[in-house]
Design a protein around this ligand. Sequence first.
Ligand SMILES: *[C@@H]1O[C@H](CO)[C@@H](O)[C@H](O)[C@H]1NC(C)=O
Ligand SMILES: *[C@@H]1O[C@H](CO)[C@@H](O)[C@H](O)[C@H]1NC(C)=O
Ligand SMILES: *[C@@H]1O[C@H](CO)[C@@H](O)[C@H](O)[C@H]1NC(C)=O
Ligand SMILES: *[C@@H]1O[C@H](CO)[C@@H](O)[C@H](O)[C@H]1NC(C)=O
Ligand SMILES: *[C@@H]1O[C@H](CO)[C@@H](O)[C@H](O)[C@H]1NC(C)=O
Ligand SMILES: *[C@@H]1O[C@H](CO)[C@@H](O)[C@H](O)[C@H]1NC(C)=O
Ligand SMILES: [Zn+2]
Length: 521
Amino acid sequence: MICPRHLRVFISVVICILISTTSGRSIYNDYMQQRKQLIQDDSKLRIGGKLVLRSDEKLVSDFFMKEKTKIIESSRQNLTLYMPAVSFFLSKPQIDNSTLLKLIQRMPKGGALHLHDMSVTSLDWLIKNATYRDNVYMCVGDDSLINFHVFKSPPKHSDCVWHSVKDERAKAASVDDFDLMLKRNLSLLATDPLTTYPDNAHIWIRFARYFLQVYNLIFYAPIFKDYYWRTLEEFRADNVQYIELRGAMSGVFDLDHTVHNEEFGVQLYQNVTTEFVQAYPDFVGAKVIMSGSRNSKAVKILDQVKTAMYLNQKYPDFMMGYDLVGNEAAYNPLLFYINELLYPATQSPPYKLPYFFHAGETNWEGTDIDDNLADAILLNATRIGHGYALNKHPKLAQLVRAKNIPVEVNPISNQVLHLVSDQRNHPMASLMADNFPIVISSDDCATWEALPLSHDFYVAFMDMSGEDADLTFLKQLAINSIRYSAMSHSEKHKAMKLWETKWDMFIKGVIEEYMPSYHLK
Ligand SMILES: *[C@@H]1O[C@H](CO)[C@@H](O)[C@H](O)[C@H]1NC(C)=O
Ligand SMILES: *[C@@H]1O[C@H](CO)[C@@H](O)[C@H](O)[C@H]1NC(C)=O
Ligand SMILES: *[C@@H]1O[C@H](CO)[C@@H](O)[C@H](O)[C@H]1NC(C)=O
Ligand SMILES: *[C@@H]1O[C@H](CO)[C@@H](O)[C@H](O)[C@H]1NC(C)=O
Ligand SMILES: *[C@@H]1O[C@H](CO)[C@@H](O)[C@H](O)[C@H]1NC(C)=O
Ligand SMILES: *[C@@H]1O[C@H](CO)[C@@H](O)[C@H](O)[C@H]1NC(C)=O
Ligand SMILES: [Zn+2]
């Protein structure tokens, strides 16, 4: 018998001998080696995981990582609220104040591929410019929200009483307060959408209402033209080089009540784009995707599909295809329009109309909305908008990857619309960890006062990529946005060259500004 104290000594000695033997040490070393390899292999799978940075890029990456780690660790270790992941309503002021956002704004981000034409120019411009014009009227609806309209003279008989915005502004005690009131009336961030609206269905009602508030202002031809020019200016200022814009294309109107057709809309977009690229040759350009509404009658969708075919054929490098928009939960699934959507394929010869369907933007698993993903795949979608439900459908996800169908992820939109609360739980984070074909975009950024693209990139970097994901992640997202765009092969090549030049200037600029001593060496 040995007493417990002797037993402890005896065991220690045995362990000591074991560890000091070659075999013990090599088991430990092997284990550590395998562990390192396993973790490395796993992280190499993420978006950007295979990119190798140059030494100057590595310096900038380290600087990004210092900022990223500081923000994450200060919450993690001090048990404070992790702001980058919470409601954008709460986090925006702090994000705006961060060095990291400034860096991301400065970074050339390539293209933004999922955008809607009535909700991408800042509300500030809309209020401070568009509503300052002649013939702009407002009325307050039953729901206390303001509607805007441009009229030569407002209708005498109307449920909603129209007032000239100019007159109302002149009567107001403070012009600034009046303009702020108008802006608050449009913004989804007037109050925290996550606490003001109980769920996705209710925030959708408010969100859809925004389009009715502004439609008859923005679609007035002179405003429409300037609004779009301003869209391009704001995206360029946010260091985005290219956009793809979804819109109805029809409905642009003049003061004499003329309402223009889709072709006019496409031409107008193309003319302004050409003019803009001439004025700013460092901007690659833009393309449009015609979009119908999921609550239309089937016969209307068929008309639109035919129009989209005509326009795609006539403007093949500008009008790139067709999409259906609107709340997937409230309106018709893709299947409802299947004959209309199959129409191009049934022509002889079959016409390949590219589709860019919103699909699976939901938390309702196993419903029609999830099934939209299956239809999008079978209809040979060129890209999928949101695809939020994709990670619940392994077979569909597998197909999307095999067919290399890019998914357009819009993190802030998903949060504002109540699909995800803590952005670290965004389902796309897991697909991004597995180098899924993904681009980051901003959907209706102006409606919730987000920057054209930088805020969504910030959220993707801080919440959807892991603390150890560095500049390679962001660089790959920018590259993806060009690779997965609707540009032709040669356009992509040119866009890539332009982006690379900007990228190198960005790396150089950040080193000069933040690491001047290094630069002098
Ligand atoms: C935790 O908070 C203290 C006090 O504010 C601060 O000094 C420290 O740097 C914080 N820790 C981290 C990891 O940020
Ligand atoms: C912005 O940053 C400055 C300097 O770090 C700090 O003093 C200030 O409180 C911050 N403001 C907000 C709104 O976070
Ligand atoms: C509105 O924007 C247009 C086009 O950029 C510009 O010409 C005009 O002066 C602006 N008007 C106001 C009131 O700012
Ligand atoms: C919108 O404006 C109307 C009229 O001024 C006002 O009654 C309403 O409270 C405003 N709503 C918001 C959300 O600002
Ligand atoms: C666009 O430009 C073309 C060529 O200059 C012109 O014929 C057409 O009318 C313009 N369309 C619109 C809507 O501006
Ligand atoms: C989708 O593409 C496949 C392969 O090219 C083709 O056989 C099929 O007819 C297409 N489906 C539609 C609806 O266009
Ligand atoms: Zn969208």
